[in-house]
Design a protein around this ligand. Structure first.
Ligand SMILES: Cc1cc2nc3c(=O)[nH]c(=O)nc-3n(C[C@H](O)[C@H](O)[C@H](O)COP(=O)(O)OP(=O)(O)OC[C@H]3O[C@@H](n4cnc5c(N)ncnc54)[C@H](O)[C@@H]3O)c2cc1C
Length: 469
């Protein structure tokens, strides 16, 4: 019998398997696709490092950096390039630098906002109402858009907060859960009333680093696929099973029986499901129907990532890390990263631009690759004035690529946890649950592995005690 079956070989599944292996258990990773990594995929082409999904991870949440260190790859961590700080928002036909002093997407300094032309005079005046409006007495979760618009007005929401949210979650602010994404905002209104003053206070009280501040984001020298390769190398070859979609999961004796497409059956004492919510719901429908029902309620947004490489000289001098797009600007892309400034090692000798398409309620994948790339090039022409063709272009499609944490998400995930607490030695981990970023996913994988190891160790000691007496 396999000790623990990990279903899904994305970052969550591989990190969970790695942790199980370190804890002395025998994992087997069953991955539907022909390769591992899930959303974390790097293509190396013509000397360029082309990230298909994520391009970096937050350093403030330590789990991804810690994993890289454990894998012995600390020397390959690359901090955000010097030219890659500060970004802009494209609105009313031009780029506006994002005013400094934002915290949780909210302004904490008055002057940068007053000077910025991102907001109209009326929008600035309306934002100032946050200082005097009474707090909302409502309890519990609410759409992030509703909270921000109520306190600071529609302009702050549409021009500042919504583009940032689209950049992180591809989310619709009118359905996104404040509790699941920025719970601090609920506390700010409750405790400080004014979101701006509350955010400012948090910023003021934050401990100042002794030296210069470290980088906010990091990536890897050979791209993020290096982490996936490192995890694969750290696991026994026999534990990695690509091309193995799991179609059924049933309890069997004291363990589980997993069916793999084609009919093969595999027995395991414990199971970690590290697959997107609909796939997890499908596998849990008999074992934990309440959890399955909650998982089927998690919506997903489809996305596409375009990478365009230009010759230097074909693109004007670019400042900062890139730009986000105000929805009212009518562009197809939602954001553009100047890879050349953020991660110069990824595009030696070229100006690499990475553009994003798609957000909740807008499926870019209805169009074919050629139409999408045409639209991206048109937008780059509009915003940056680039009129030549890139020498290399790629489009990566992510159907149902980003889980949407809509209002009530935290409650739904608590119900999933409650339902699973009655199912022994079975845990879930991954982007659908408690955080979509790479460090969040690694944290959940570590927790799932520790929980399963704890249960199996408990069972082992109970079984052993009669024999030792
Ligand atoms: C375009 C894009 C950009 C992003 N940018 C960033 C970023 O810059 N920084 C950041 O931190 N995060 C970013 N993210 C988020 C982050 O990449 C993901 O949240 C994370 O990689 C998800 O990992 P996961 O293992 O939970 O899921 P996945 O990567 O989705 O892995 C799940 C795996 O399960 C497999 N599977 C599904 N069903 C079955 C089955 N029945 N049997 C077996 N296997 C199955 C799938 O094939 C897949 O390999 C981005 C995401 C996208 C899509």
């Amino acid at each position: 019998m396999t000790r623990v079956a990990v279903v899904g070989g994305g970052l969550a599944g591989l990190a969970a398997a790695y942790r199980l292996h370190r804890l002395g258990l025998e994992p087997v990773v069953l991955e539907a696709g022909s390769t591992f990594g899930g959303k974390v995929q790097t293509e190396i082409a013509d000397g360029l490092i082309l990230e298909q999904g994520p391009d970096s991870f937050l350093v403030r949440k330590p789990e991804a950096v810690e994993l890289v260190r454990e894998l012995g790859m600390a020397d390959d961590l690359v901090p955000l390039g010097r030219g890659g700080s500060g970004s802009a928002i494209y609105a009313h036909g031009r780029l506006h630098p994002i005013p400094p002093g934002l915290m949780l997407g909210l302004p904490t300094e008055v002057w940068p906002i007053l000077r910025s032309q991102l907001l109209s005079p009326w929008g600035k005046l309306r934002a100032a109402a946050d200082f005097v409006l009474p707090r909302d007495r409502g309890e519990g979760d609410q759409p992030l858009g509703q909270l921000v618009a109520r306190r600071l007005g529609r302009e702050v929401l549409d021009r500042l907060v919504a583009p940032l949210l689209t950049g992180i979650y591809a989310g619709d602010p009118w359905s996104m859960s404040t509790e699941a994404t920025f719970p601090q905002l609920l506390e700010l209104e409750r405790d400080a009333r004014s979101l701006v003053l509350g955010a400012r206070e948090i910023r003021r009280k934050a401990p100042r680093p002794a030296g210069p501040p470290g980088p906010m984001f990091m990536t890897m020298r050979s791209g993020l696929g290096q982490i996936i390769a490192g995890l694969e190398a750290a696991l026994p070859a026999a534990s990695l099973r690509p091309g193995s979609p799991v179609t059924d999961l049933q309890p069997d004796g004291s363990g589980y029986r997993l069916t793999i497409a084609g009919g093969e059956e595999l027995m395991a004492e414990g199971v970690i499901l590290a697959v997107p919510a609909p796939a997890a719901g499908q596998l849990l429908r008999d074992i934990a129907p309440q959890a399955a029902a909650q998982l089927f309620a998690v919506p997903y947004a489809s996305l596409a990532v375009a990478q365009l490489a230009y010759r230097p000289g074909d693109v004007p001098q670019l400042k900062g890390s890139g730009f986000l797009v105000d929805r009212a600007a009518g562009l197809s892309i939602t954001a553009c990263t100047y890879v050349v400034n953020k991660w110069p090692h990824e595009s030696p000798g070229s100006v690499l631009l990475r553009c994003y398409l798609g957000r909740a309620g807008e499926d870019p994948l209805r169009d074919d690759d050629e139409s999408l790339l045409n639209a991206v090039r048109r937008d780059i022409g509009t915003v940056l004035g680039v009129r030549v063709e890139p020498w290399l272009q790629r489009l990566y499609r992510w159907p149902a690529g980003m889980p949407q944490y809509t209002v009530g998400h935290v409650g739904r995930m608590a119900a999933v946890a409650d339902s699973l607490s009655r199912v022994p030695a079975l845990a879930v981990a991954g982007a659908a649950y408690r955080g979509v970023g790479m460090p969040d996913v690694v944290r959940q994988a570590n927790q799932a592995a520790a929980a399963i190891a704890g249960v199996l160790a408990g069972e082992a000691s109970e079984e052993e005690s009669p024999r030792t007496n």
